[in-house]
Design a protein around this ligand. Structure first.
Ligand code: URA
Length: 209
């Protein structure tokens, strides 16, 4: 099986490396490593998030597992038959993704959930590898603007020609790129994104296959 993942001791980003090292001391039972993508490499659909949450993916080792955003994402995937089984916030479950894979624009937890531009750039190399590796890729869903910009960078496309908006659909060669607001607690609580509007992104996804 091919890998698009950084080394588990990746030192490309000094700040993220030292944050991870500190977290290993503070929370020795947690994952505290670059979080690998989740789902089959044969998938047609790739969902790109922002970065692991401290007490979410950084703790459990699985993207979007353990925080509010993950509850919204996995409930939506289950509702739309893109996942089956039961979802547990600690990842102690039998959840299976169907024809989709989840990754992050930045693989390591950033302080305050905010990666720096240089960190997003460093990690873009792994997104390039990921996208190249997925031979059946037909649809990319960007959760939030950072993910969207990361994807444009992979394809060397200009932001001014591919602007980000919730529900917007872009064609990139044979791939359909669908924009969504990130399903973060902040976006849901401020009503920038409703669960219903998030669901709409996934509801007719198979029509693009
Ligand atoms: N957890 C992730 O893995 N990614 C996000 O973007 C948010 C939470």
């Amino acid at each position: 099986m091919k890998s698009s993942e950084p080394d588990k001791n990746c030192k490309l980003c000094e700040r993220l490396y030292s944050f991870r090292k500190n977290n290993r001391i503070r929370f020795p039972d947690w994952f505290n490593k670059p979080v690998p993508s989740f789902g089959s490499q044969e998938s047609n659909i790739l969902i790109v998030g922002l970065a692991p949450g401290l007490q979410g993916a950084n703790k459990t080792g699985r993207p979007f597992t353990g925080d509010y955003a993950g509850k919204i994402l996995y409930e939506t995937l289950l509702k739309n038959n893109l996942a089956s089984g039961f979802f547990d916030e600690e990842g102690k479950d039998n959840l299976k993704l169907h024809n989709c894979r989840i990754t992050n624009a930045v693989k390591c937890v950033p302080p305050q959930n905010k990666p720096l531009g240089s960190e997003i750039n460093n990690c873009n190399n792994f997104l390039i590898k990921e996208i190249k590796m997925l031979k059946n890729l037909k649809i990319i869903i960007s959760l939030g603007r950072v993910a969207h910009l990361g994807i444009l960078k992979v394809f060397k496309l200009q932001n001014s020609k591919y602007t980000f908006a919730h529900g917007k659909i872009h064609k990139i060669d044979n791939i359909v790129l669908i924009n969504s607001y990130h399903c973060s607690k902040y976006n849901i609580f401020t009503k920038r994104l409703t669960v219903k509007n998030f669901n709409k992104v996934f509801k007719n996804i198979n029509s693009y296959l």
